[in-house]
Design a protein around this ligand. Structure first.
Ligand SMILES: [Zn+2]
Length: 347
């Protein structure tokens, strides 16, 4: 996964999408090169920027239509000090592209804004903090209760360690300050530690699965409200939209010496990109069974764009990414690129 800072951006359309001109003799359409030349590194940056800004591009993993990277270069809303309801209206255009939990949060806040028309966005967000906290704690304790029982398969020592781990988790949830983040992550890590170190693998695997059900801000709005209680309006807007941001994914990860080259690029939403991290591609597909189907939707959108726009250097992207994916998945993912019929080729 790689996310670029603003300073790394180049404007694609100025520099890298070349105009086409009719050759007077043959009537063929040929690309006209810009006078600006680039180093190889800068070219890859340009390809990244073009790919991440293709309109209505579905995430190659989850299929959500992403928010183009360039939308984040400017302020996402006009005035963060405006009443929350006003800001939420400005977010409406992004709503279809938001992930499920974020969408629910926006709807929830929108309802609240009707009751508190003067409240700022961050004030609306914290209005019901206590209600959400109680709800999320109920869910957490139900799960811990389910884990905390006597398992006949466990040795005395394993049982003791399990009970201690549950007590520690309860203490984290009850006594730790609300400013301390990553509580869920730490609790799950402790159960993972048991799974790794204790001999009764099957039991601890089941327990680990159960612990994985602890509500997280990604899939539970109560957890979301509790986790981000201290963000300001601007940070909240960013939090709501950024998971849908289009980002470059290296199919063969940089960790596996994957090339920083467009033939290795897929565009994923930031959330899926974060989940992938350094997971080998085949395993990642197994974890996300809809991915082959969504990667096809992704390449269809890219092809539609490339059929209309001549992008110097990306002429062979569909063929190249098809080859990369076929290789990485040992033939499991074979993209259909038969619709790739760029206009510029016929002239
Ligand atoms: Zn995604």
């Amino acid at each position: 996964m790689r996310i670029f800072s603003k300073t790394n951006f180049y404007t694609p359309h100025k520099n890298n999408v070349f105009n086409t001109k009719k050759n007077e003799k043959s009537g063929q359409t040929l690309p006209v090169q810009d006078s600006v030349s680039f180093g190889a590194k800068r070219k890859e940056r340009n390809y990244e920027t073009i790919l991440t800004n293709i309109p209505k591009l579905p995430c190659a993993c989850c299929g959500t239509i992403m928010i183009p990277e360039k939308s984040f270069e400017k302020e996402l809303v006009k005035d963060y000090d405006a009443p929350g309801g006003e800001i939420l209206k400005q977010l409406k255009k992004y709503e279809p592209r938001m992930h499920k939990t974020e969408k629910e949060i926006v709807r929830n806040l929108y309802k609240l804004s009707k009751r508190y028309p003067d409240a700022k966005l961050d004030e609306l967000f914290t209005k019901k903090y206590n209600v959400h906290l109680v709800k999320v704690m109920n869910k957490q304790f139900k799960i811990l209760e389910k884990i905390d029982k006597t398992y006949p398969e466990l040795s005395e020592e394993s049982q003791k360690q399990l009970n201690q781990t549950v007590t520690k988790a309860q203490n984290i949830l009850i006594y730790e300050d609300k400013n301390i983040k990553d509580k869920r992550k730490r609790i799950i890590r402790d159960f993972y530690e048991l799974y790794k170190t204790r001999p009764e693998k099957a039991v601890f695997y089941r327990i680990l699965q159960e612990a994985g059900k602890l509500p997280s801000s990604e899939n539970d709005i109560d957890a979301y409200f509790v986790k981000y209680f201290d963000v300001n309006s601007k940070q909240l807007v960013k939090k709501l939209l950024e998971p849908s941001k289009s980002t470059i994914e290296h199919t063969r990860s940089q960790y596996e010496n994957g090339k920083d080259h467009y033939s290795n690029y897929l565009v994923l939403c930031r959330r899926c990109n974060g989940k992938r991290n350094t997971t080998p591609y085949k395993k990642f597909i197994a974890q996300n069974p809809k991915m082959p189907e969504n990667t096809q939707k992704y390449i269809n959108a890219v092809i539609e764009y490339l059929n209309k726009h001549y992008v110097y250097g990306l002429e062979h992207y569909p063929q190249q990414i098809k080859a990369t994916l076929a290789e990485m998945t040992e033939g499991e993912v074979i993209l259909d690129i038969s619709k790739y019929k760029p206009k510029w080729r016929q002239g």
